[in-house]
Ligand binder design. Sequence first.
Ligand SMILES: [Zn+2]
Ligand SMILES: [Zn+2]
Length: 120
Amino acid sequence: MKCYNHHNHDAVGVCKSCLKGICTECATDIGGGITCSDECATNAKDSIALLKSTVASQKDFKKGGGYVAPIFFLLMGLGFIGFSLYKEGFGEFGYLFGGLFTLFGIAIAFLNYRHVKRQR
Ligand SMILES: [Zn+2]
Ligand SMILES: [Zn+2]
């Protein structure tokens, strides 16, 4: 493949934006790729920025998976309380831990909710 601008130069890469073959003379390193012109450099940087923000928002989405934790604690808490109701002698201990787990679950859910609300 030859350079799009210099037909006697070998292309060293492809413009990130317009996909033309370009030689070392024409290539502009934009970090993460090369482009043939300032215009293409701007376009390519925009798409890289878009890609990065997409990845970042996916990370935030994964953080939203924190909803699993409060549900887990709530279920544990209710499980303990339920177990206490059926099993005598387990009573106070079960209610104490059940209550603590349930409160902990509610607290985490509340914190998550406030965190999400602040971001929007
Ligand atoms: Zn280009
Ligand atoms: Zn060239």
